[in-house]
Design a protein around this ligand. Structure first.
Ligand code: GLU
Length: 443
């Protein structure tokens, strides 16, 4: 069976960094196994699902380079859920229930008040045919619950959490269908995982108890459950799932100059025993990915760490990778000269304008003007104009270190720091270098 994973977002909002991490890990797992990665849009909740979010999900995955091998939509599969529901009904594994939300709430409060877990009491199973008929005659439409098999212990070997065990009797029979006929998440997801040949379900640990229920659904539908793994959740650097993390997504990253490679490198490694490293090579990240490296402690997402990783990754980018985003006319030599000074690719235009000019001419005192004037005299344009200029000036003036280099850098770039002058001078060009020196000597 081809290893198949899926990412199953509900299109009720933008993807945040926690969702991106789940998508990435499922994509990576599939790529590593040479299998398939599916995008499944969980849009059974018609009222809250929006098409613009579906588009945004696709765009975010594309930006991160997480190309799906197929896309499915739950709203197009309602007939499949109906069929599975009929199967479960015929097998006595779903039953109608008539309690109102208020009644259920009261039951929960009473149980909690008695110090008992708030598990649904299965009162609906006790109704006689006559009582059910009476409810229906009153116009009360039932919602439907999946009947857990209390005699079957629920067990699985979780890819991250290890051996898991649940007592079915400790769980509420989940509602699978609302009174208006619409579906809740639990059953359609299991039906899809079966029919789409999903072999590996990798998701957040907030789904562990759903897995317990869904394992019984797989069995009740005559299918072998897939492998399950549940990751510890993502927390911010301050140690909790902050509001900020919940709203941080691809748009925010793009706006601050964070590259998809940096996000992928960080999200591949946090929460694992492997070090976070500036690895831009996707294949290397895929190769080193292993669920066995994941720990049970929450994964810490630190924006400062992301920024550092981003800088290190920008410094590795070859010209071809960034060329379309660079200013008109900026070539490979300029990119390579400027690259070590960048935190973000977009800042290249700032340094490019230093190369092309005009620059803000510095205002020097008389002594420095004289020194720069001498530089203009001594400049000879050969293979390494900077090397020969500073060599000649050192000899002629006795200046060295900062006193030698800083006025020249300021005269030629208008800045105190920046890319290596050896590489910068040929990019600025002889005519412009002479003009800048002359201007600074007289300004
Ligand atoms: N739509 C569900 C969610 O976003 C999918 C969970 C799953 O992976 O099964 O939580």
């Amino acid at each position: 069976m081809v290893a198949t994973t899926r990412f199953a977002p509900s299109p009720t909002g933008r993807l945040h960094v926690g969702n991106l991490r789940t998508a990435l890990h499922n994509w990576t797992l599939a790529r590593k196994a040479g299998g398939r990665f599916l995008l499944r849009i969980d849009d059974t909740d018609a009222a809250r699902s929006e098409e613009r979010f579906v588009d945004a999900i696709r765009a975010d995955l594309a930006w991160l380079g997480l190309d799906p091998d197929g896309e499915e939509r739950q709203s197009a599969r309602l007939a499949h859920y109906e069929a599975a529901f009929e199967t479960l009904k015929a097998a006595g594994r779903v039953y109608p229930a008539y309690e109102t939300a208020q009644e259920l709430d009261l039951k929960r409060k009473v149980a909690l008040g008695r110090g008992l877990p708030p598990i649904y009491d299965r009162a609906a199973l006790e109704l006689t045919d006559a009582e059910r008929a009476a409810k229906e005659a009153e116009g009360v439409a039932p919602h439907w619950r999946f009947k857990l098999d209390h005699d079957a212990p629920i067990e699985w070997l979780d890819g991250i959490r290890g051996a898991q065990h649940f007592e079915a009797a400790q769980l509420s029979d989940p509602v699978v269908r609302r009174a208006d006929g619409s579906w809740l998440y639990m059953m359609p997801s299991a039906v899809d995982d079966i029919e789409m040949g999903v072999t590996d379900v990798l998701r957040g640990e907030d789904h562990v108890s759903n897995t317990a229920v869904q394992i019984q659904m797989f069995t009740a539908l005559g299918a072998q459950p897939p492998r399950f793994a549940h990751e510890a959740l993502l927390v911010g650097s301050e140690g909790k799932l902050s509001k900020r993390l919940g709203s941080l997504g691809c748009d925010a990253f793009r706006e601050t100059g964070i590259e998809p490679e940096a996000i992928v490198a960080l999200l591949s490694r946090i929460g694992t025993s492997q070090p976070v490293e500036p690895i831009a090579d996707r294949a290397a990240l895929v190769d080193s990915f292993d669920l066995a490296h994941f720990g049970r402690a929450p994964a810490r997402f630190d924006e400062a760490e992301l920024a550092r990783l981003n800088t290190a990754i920008v410094h590795q980018f070859p010209y071809d990778h960034v060329a379309p985003r660079l200013p008109e006319g900026m070539g490979a030599e300029a990119w390579e000269a400027i690259r070590p000074n960048l935190e973000r690719v977009e800042d290249a235009s700032d340094w490019w304008s230093v190369i092309t000019g005009p620059i803000d001419a510095p205002e020097f005192d008389a002594e420095t003007r004289a020194f720069v004037g001498e530089a203009a005299q001594l400049l000879s344009w050969g293979a390494d104009p900077w090397g020969s200029l500073t060599g000649a000036l050192k000899e002629a003036t006795g200046r060295k270190g900062k006193a030698l280099f800083l006025p020249l850098r300021q005269a030629l770039t208008g800045r105190d720091h920046g890319p290596d002058m050896h590489t910068l001078l040929p990019l600025i060009g002889e005519g412009e270098v002479r003009a800048r020196l002359a201007r600074a000597a007289t300004a």
